[in-house]
Design a protein around this ligand. Structure first.
Ligand code: HEC
Ligand code: HEC
Ligand code: HEC
Ligand code: HEC
Ligand code: HEC
Ligand code: HEC
Ligand code: HEC
Ligand code: HEC
Ligand code: HEC
Ligand code: HEC
Length: 304
């Protein structure tokens, strides 16, 4: 069995276990205020009909009374006697419940879904973004999230970056926000899907991983010393134009003090033909900026 199949098996086993647990819970709770889905149809005919075609309704087929409207909306005993938004868990804009109360309904099953298991560590939970802000349960047959549109609703600054001249191909659909982030939360900083920044970048840019004979320390340390993840005004997602970028750290090096016939390259007496490149870019010569395996001084200075 391959890894993916294994994961699917694990997922469905977990889901089944949780269903069982919730099922028992719901049935037991039936005594304290659950009325069953049939009852809802009396007043919410349209939405009940559309819900029957939803992903969850299908996933729950044959599971019995414990699985239905109240799995998400909570026990409705009070609600049917005194119908209002106050007496039921609702998810829309005018909901009277807290984000925590809403998410708790979904988590009663999905705290066991592996990708959701670090919800409590995530930024969205802290910012009161509940599950239904991203997942539409009644509208679609599958409660998947359209990216990047859904994310852009709140992350205008990222939208702006993603439209800059140089950007990861997010709007082109080649890279998704969720390729790099787990919006539910992770153990790592920034909800990224890796232990740290560099491990994330290596997933898709393995050539930058090395090991190199000659390593450029900032590259090993953090790719974001020079790059920005979403988009930049400078080419190649660089935080700054060259040579300014390099001169943050290499101030006063040879290009800092222009050489001429008397003060040649590297202090040599003879004028260097390399002089004509200086005005352009450090990368014209130091083109192996992420590290080099070439022997000798050319490797050491990342020119080869
Ligand atoms: C006797 C009629 C009646 C029954 C039965 C009933 N509801 Fe309601 N429900 C209402 C009314 C009235 C409202 C308030 C609508 C409003 O304020 O616009 C409401 C509101 C809601 C809302 C909030 C809607 C919103 O726009 O935010 C949800 C969710 C809801 N009901 C779910 C249920 C579920 C689930 C059941 C079955 C377990 C159920 N209702 C049974 C009459 C009923
Ligand atoms: C898997 C969770 C889930 C189940 C099951 C579920 N709902 Fe909902 N319901 C939601 C969410 C989330 C929303 C907010 C709108 C959306 O996501 O589509 C919602 C919205 C509503 C609304 C408000 C109308 C609106 O468009 O905002 C009503 C009324 C409602 N549900 C009734 C029901 C009834 C009746 C059932 C059973 C037939 C049911 N729901 C089953 C999660 C659920
Ligand atoms: C009673 C248990 C239960 C509740 C409550 C519940 N779900 Fe689910 N959900 C499931 C099951 C079972 C599946 C199908 C198996 C799976 O993918 O885990 C599922 C699948 C999903 C999926 C994955 C669909 C896909 O693309 O594979 C999403 C997203 C989801 N649920 C979101 C929610 C949200 C949001 C809520 C709360 C509004 C919620 N669920 C409430 C049981 C539940
Ligand atoms: C900020 C937006 C956002 C919020 C909030 C959010 N989700 Fe998701 N969810 C996503 C995206 C995007 C995906 C698809 C991720 C992927 O493919 O890796 C997803 C996928 C899922 C899946 C399918 C997971 C799988 O591995 O197949 C489930 C289940 C789910 N979410 C449940 C929830 C629950 C429960 C909550 C609330 C506790 C929640 N989500 C809150 C954006 C969100
Ligand atoms: C309902 C609004 C909302 C939606 C939709 C939303 N976010 Fe957020 N998100 C926030 C808020 C608020 C913050 C905290 C402030 C900030 O960093 O902008 C945040 C923070 C983040 C962070 C920073 C995490 C950290 O630890 O600093 C990431 C990454 C993120 N969101 C990714 C996403 C992705 C990916 C999506 C789409 C799948 C998404 N968000 C959809 C509101 C939202
Ligand atoms: C190529 C990987 C990648 C993609 C794709 C990506 N991000 Fe990020 N994102 C990152 C990294 C790396 C950080 C920095 C995390 C840190 O500070 O530790 C970050 C940071 C963030 C932050 C925190 C605030 C900030 O500006 O630094 C938010 C919010 C965010 N991303 C949202 C998104 C959204 C929304 C999308 C999709 C439109 C997205 N990201 C796509 C890698 C990515
Ligand atoms: C999910 C895969 C993925 C991850 C993770 C990823 N990238 Fe990329 N990256 C891409 C793709 C796809 C391109 C576009 C390649 C192309 O068009 O040839 C790209 C392009 C780039 C470019 C060139 C941009 C340009 O304007 O030409 C840079 C620089 C870059 N990535 C840096 C990073 C850094 C730094 C990280 C870690 C924060 C990272 N990438 C993480 C997929 C990824
Ligand atoms: C010291 C600054 C610096 C650091 C740190 C850095 N880069 Fe770069 N990177 C550059 C420069 C400068 C370019 C542009 C090269 C060019 O124009 O030929 C570049 C270009 C790229 C490109 C696009 C061109 C190519 O070579 O594929 C990718 C992808 C990339 N870097 C990924 C990474 C990753 C991944 C890391 C972390 C492991 C990283 N960079 C760390 C300076 C840096
Ligand atoms: C965040 C700081 C930082 C940035 C930005 C940076 N470097 Fe470096 N660079 C270093 C450090 C630290 C060393 C190692 C110095 C040592 O070993 O003496 C180094 C080493 C080098 C070396 C090899 C020096 C030798 O010993 O031969 C070259 C060449 C170099 N960098 C070029 C560049 C270029 C070109 C850029 C711009 C694309 C750049 N660096 C950006 C910090 C930086
Ligand atoms: C015309 C080609 C060329 C250009 C342009 C160039 N360099 Fe160099 N650089 C070299 C060569 C060749 C060496 C190695 C000299 C040696 O080994 O004696 C070197 C050495 C270095 C060193 C290590 C030498 C030392 O002083 O320890 C650093 C740091 C460096 N360059 C940074 C830069 C930066 C930053 C830029 C852009 C502002 C730049 N270089 C532009 C060719 C160039």
């Amino acid at each position: 069995m391959d890894k993916k199949a294994n994961k699917m098996l694990l997922l469905s086993t977990l889901a089944c276990t949780m269903l069982l647990v919730t099922g028992i819970f719901s049935l037991a709770a039936g005594e304290v205020g659950y009325v069953g889905s049939e009852k809802c149809k009396e007043c919410h005919e349209e939405i009940a009909a559309s819900h029957a075609k939803s992903f969850h309704a299908k996933a729950w087929t044959g599971k019995g009374e414990g699985y239905g409207c109240e799995s998400c909306h909570g026990p409705a005993g009070d609600h049917v006697n005194n119908p209002s938004r106050e007496t039921i868990i609702s998810f829309g804009k005018e909901s009277k419940q807290t984000a925590g109360e809403k998410s708790a309904r979904c988590l009663s099953c999905h705290s066991a879904t592996p990708s959701v298991s670090f919800w409590d560590m995530g930024r969205h939970k802290r910012e009161d973004v509940d599950c239904s802000r991203c997942h539409s349960i009644h509208k679609q047959s599958r409660p998947e999230v359209s990216e990047p549109e859904t994310c852009f609703l709140c992350h205008k600054d990222i939208k702006r970056d993603a439209n800059r001249q140089s950007h990861h191909p997010i709007i082109e659909g080649k890279v998704k926000c969720s390729d790099c982030h787990n919006p539910h939360g992770t153990l790592s900083h920034g909800m990224i899907k890796a232990e740290n920044i560099n491990q994330l970048c290596y997933k898709c840019h393995p050539d930058k991983r090395g090991p190199f004979i000659w390593e450029h320390p900032p590259v090993e340390e953090n790719c974001l010393t020079c790059h920005t993840p979403h988009g930049a005004k400078s080419s190649k997602l660089l935080i700054q134009k060259r040579p300014n970028l390099c001169e943050n750290c290499h101030n006063g090096r040879h290009p800092g003090t222009p050489y001429d016939a008397t003060a040649g390259f590297n202090g040599s007496a003879s004028p260097s033909t390399k002089l004509k490149f200086v005005g352009r870019s450090c990368l014209n010569c130091h083109n192996q900026i992420h590290g080099s395996n070439a022997p000798g001084s050319a490797g050491k200075s990342f020119t080869r």
